[in-house]
Design a protein around this ligand. Sequence first.
Ligand code: C2O
Ligand code: CU
Length: 544
Amino acid sequence: MKTGWKLKSAAVVGAIAVLLTGCFNSSGGSMGGMDHSKMNMDDKSAAQQPTNTNTSTTVKVATLTGKEFTLTAKTSNQELAPGITLPVWTFNNSVPGPELRVKQGETVKINLKNELPEPVTIHWHGVPVPNAMDGIPGVTQNAVQPGQSFTYTFKADVPGTYWYHSHQDSVNQLDRGLYGSFIVEPKDGTKVDRDYTLVLDEWMSTGMSMSDMNMSGGNMSKMDMSNMDHSKMNMGNSNNKGSNSMDHSQMNMGHDMSMYDLFTVNGKSGSLVDKLPVKQGEKVRIRLINAGYLSHQIHLHGHEFKITASDGQPIHNPGILKDSVVTIAPGERYDIEFEANNPGQWLIEDHGENKAVAGMKAVIAYEGVAAGSDKPNDKEKLPVVDLTRYGQAGKMNFTLDQKYTMEYTMNLNTEMKNGDMVYTINGKTFPETEPIKVKKGDTVKVRLVNNSKTDDHPMHLHGHFFQVLSKNGKPLEGSPVIKDTLNLKPGEEYVVAFEADNEGNWMFHCHDLHHASAGMVTELKYTDYKTDFVPDPKAGNKPE
Ligand code: C2O
Ligand code: CU
């Protein structure tokens, strides 16, 4: 994958090593001789940031129910894989943050408290919230500053599987762990006996995040400098805005995905992943959420299953599948259901060539059954479920040949501009991209075309669901597919349609957030929408 990039980033990694060496040499020779307690690379953030004394590493992701929640953004350390504990950014001390479960029709309130050294926000990915609650710094609110709070409130109208994450400097903040699942339970829906959520993600086992690579975070304490006393090195997960010469757009190395070598399920990898207990005869739902930047091919062993929802929206009469993989792209969600009718211990695992798939596995463990003989077969190529011909035709909100008020085309591409790799929409990068302009009540048809040679673009529209009408010129054959995040592989073309029924200024962007941060963002703008939000130039708003 992306072989052209590897060379380049290898060179840049070398450059960083040289830079680091230079940096530390100049501050007084070998690491062992340094007085780390006095090392303070960023005064401002040192004052704001409590030293990270939280050494607890075994996390249990909480499930919170009710109508009112508090999410506190703070640093922690988490054991992601046996023996690999990394500094993370969390909501309520765990990655993922707590699962929030609310009931359809309820008005929910979430208090965000920011105890991080940098501003944050929360975006409710997929949930059609009022625009002011969408969590976009500089567009719908000012980023919540360290020590400050913000209350999100909205009515949870549409049941399904969603997730929440920071939308401030999101390529870096999601990488560090600022996300969790958000489930809207239907008023009346089919009951299952077990309802599990698996949030998928990828990490760099070196503990570096992309921002470390870019050095813009000044966060060198995360690198492997084994002689140093990390707990006392308060270099700050800082707002070191000074080192522009090293920033991501110029270094152009933030997009080599091969650096992600540690895959996690609910913040843990391999043997640390929690087992999923079931009893024979039970009906089991597994909600898959991809919080990472790579697609995963999920294979359920030992059982027939159905995909009952994509992006939280039901599939009409889904057919029975077996030994097929469900591809889940960044930002997407799939609900699968099966009957526990095959006692044993069975894997649900990622398939692919990447070595790291070995860590993205959970065990479905029948109670009272000794360990089974199931083995990983993650290198095996299995048929991939094609959502455009899955399930049964049903009621369509839109058709290909009806009249639309507005029609748009989004040509997605990878281009070199001034020596940088950028990701464009109709040849432009955000904020120069042309917004999609609509008025309330418009019907809107969008043709998305991926002209990139090797990059997938999982495109996510905020505040709306769209219906997928065709893929590569062919109308969908199975169930209507309603989504908020749609992955386009290189060369693919999709037509989608939606109703402009939620006024505001909404992001429409690639959820490979490396692509978003390097340009692939536009806005859906209601031309008749008036907002009283005034961006504060001092808030450090970073919407993409
Ligand atoms: Cu999941 Cu614009 O976000
Ligand atoms: Cu992309």
